[in-house]
Write a protein that binds this ligand. Structure first.
Ligand code: HEM
Length: 434
């Protein structure tokens, strides 16, 4: 056991605990990474006590995040909440909905149910299977680069997030799911309201700060998703097509059609998990091109480096900031006793800046080999869309880099203020694209 840890108090200091549950702290990624660095050095597995939250362990080391993620029987997703939220919010959802999980997606279930549900679409998302999307994704990438080219030709400052990055992964995932183009912006808005519930720029106008009101607004967002996807299910039962909606509407688990909660959860995770995350990563990649002298030229000279560039962008971006797990039995990690029922926060961004695994972890370095980041998680719940995300990002930058003559910052990159899925919300650029 690490001696620093043996001597450290189990509980995190008040100011560190407050920072970890403060969504505003997540908008300052350098500050957040400093908080994580302090924990990795002084208390890598500390207990967080905060009056507004059910207590939990904060897991900051790469090795611990991996070990916990790997043991899906001991550390489950569904026993308590798989994402961190204030106690009053979680209690209110339970009291008003009669369940902790009014959405039952892959991230809320464990064991056999998880395996069966995941099995429904897993083959679809495998590398060989998504190859068939290559041509379609190339067209969408070309359209995005053309848009960037025409905006930059007008000499204006381009906001890479709002002008380009938000729409490309959105088109890809909606196309795969079976949502028509005219409904894509509605899906984007609902996703932002779901993930950005704490960010004043993204949340619903009516969203207020009290946990009870936050729960109410969240249920409204879920209701909007439900209305939309119920209609899509009906349409695909009557008129099957080659898309994920058809697979879900007509699929079975344990011989039975998916129940309404499973169906809604599946639609929602596919509709939401696949675009914000990918667009945040594309933006971090663009930020690296704008700030690292020589990087653009290196990639132009040797396009075979693009996959390593993408991997590093994913590590640095780590848009999924955390998932939670619940211990199903007493166990020990780093000499500390974790009790049955304890809640744990897996801090992926911290794991991906762990100096035991990554030399100079705060530096964007495309020469890392291997780049063993955990941005897609690990174990049984590892990201279902990881191959698709990497393919989309590779195709976008393969299309962009040969045409990108120059790129530089035209202002500050601003980040979303959220504990869960976050990333840049603006990236103003000067660029020249042929
Ligand atoms: C789960 C990250 C893109 C679908 C996850 C998890 C992470 C993650 C951290 C949780 C893993 C765990 O608990 O161990 C990312 C990142 C992405 C990305 C960083 C982009 C750069 C996508 C895309 C899809 C997708 C394009 C397409 C549908 C899912 C699904 C799950 C998931 C369905 C739940 C899997 C399960 O619980 O079995 N993702 N994701 N993700 N992701 Fe992604």
């Amino acid at each position: 056991m690490n001696t620093a840890l043996a001597q450290a108090p189990v509980d995190l200091p008040e100011h560190i605990a407050a920072a970890i549950v403060d969504h505003k702290h997540y908008a300052n990624v350098d500050g957040l990474c400093e908080t994580y660095a302090w924990m990795r050095a002084n208390n890598p597995l500390g207990r967080l006590n905060h009056p507004a939250f059910h207590p939990f362990w904060v897991v900051t080391k790469h090795a611990d995040v991996m070990a916990i993620s790997r043991d899906n029987a001991l550390f489950t997703n569904g026993a308590y909440s798989p994402t961190c939220a204030p106690q009053a919010y979680l209690d209110h959802v339970l009291a008003t909905q009669g369940t902790r999980h009014p959405i039952k997606s892959l991230i809320h279930v464990d064991g056999a149910e998880h395996k069966e549900l995941r099995g429904l679409t897993q083959a679809w998302f495998m590398p060989n299977s998504i190859l068939k999307l290559d041509e379609r994704i190339k067209q969408l990438a070309q359209t995005s680069v053309d848009k960037l080219s025409s905006l930059s030709a007008q000499g204006q400052v381009v906001d890479f997030v709002n002008d380009v990055a938000l729409y490309y992964p959105l088109h890809v995932i909606m196309d795969i799911l079976g949502v028509p183009p005219e409904d894509e912006l509605r899906m984007l808005k609902l996703t932002q309201e779901l993930f950005g519930a704490e960010d004043p720029d993204l949340k619903r106008q009516s969203a207020a700060v009290s946990p009870e009101e936050r729960a109410k607004v969240m249920m409204e967002v879920v209701g909007d998703f439900r209305n939309y996807f119920n209609a899509l299910t009906e349409a695909r039962r009557q008129d099957p097509r080659n898309d994920i909606a058809t697979l879900l509407a007509n699929g079975t688990v344990a011989g039975q059609p998916l129940d309404p909660l499973q169906l809604l959860g599946y639609y929602m995770i596919v509709a939401t998990a696949g675009h914000d995350t990918t667009s945040s990563t594309a933006t971090m990649a663009m930020h690296a091109l704008a700030t690292q002298p020589g990087l653009l030229q290196r990639l132009k000279d040797d396009p075979k480096l693009i996959p390593a560039f993408i991997d590093e962008a994913i590590r640095v971006a780590t848009p999924v900031r955390h998932f939670m797990r619940t211990a199903m039995a007493d166990t020990e990690i780093r000499g500390r006793t974790i009790r049955e029922g304890d809640w744990l926060m897996l801090c992926y961004l911290s794991a991906n800046r762990d100096e035991d695994v990554f030399a100079n972890p705060n530096v964007f370095d495309i020469d890392r080999k291997p780049n063993r980041h955990l941005a897609f998680g690990f174990g049984g719940h590892v990201c279902l869309g990881q191959h698709l995300a990497k393919m989309e990002l590779r195709i976008l930058f393969e299309a962009l880099i040969p045409r990108l003559q120059s790129v530089s910052l035209a202002g500050e990159m601003r980040m979303t203020a959220t504990l869960f899925v976050g990333g840049p919300k603006t990236l103003p650029l000067h660029c020249v694209v042929s």
